[in-house]
Write a new protein. Structure first.
Length: 113
């Protein structure tokens, strides 16, 4: 499973609904992740950041992570969303090794042999 972080920015109407009728967003997100073969790792609220909410999920692939973001955004309760795949330290080091190999092949635009 791959780990993803999704940041959400709510609309003012969403905030008004939540203040008037608070509910547990973890249950909703957890259900969506499970329906797509994944799981919810955690939810954090970001009171001092450009986004309001940070969701961390373990999902089978990028497509399923994107599907959660699409489903959330389709309801119009959020203004903006951003989803990122997260790498562990070992995955990061592996990517660096692959980059070192690929760098031997890459030629910058306009540079000729």
């Amino acid at each position: 499973m791959a780990k993803f972080a999704t940041e959400l920015l709510w609309t003012t109407a969403s905030w008004a609904r939540m203040i008037n009728n608070p509910d547990d967003r973890q249950i909703v997100v957890e259900g969506m992740a499970q329906a797509l073969g994944g799981s919810l790792d955690s939810i954090y609220w970001l009171p001092l950041a450009p986004y309001n909410m940070l969701i961390i999920t373990d999902m089978p692939d990028t497509i399923s992570a994107a599907a959660i973001t699409f489903a959330i955004m389709s309801k119009g309760a959020e203004v903006r969303a951003a989803t990122y795949e997260l790498l562990t330290q070992d995955q990061f080091l592996g990517a660096l090794q692959l980059a070192a190999d690929a760098r031997q092949i890459y030629r910058p635009p306009g540079e000729h042999d």
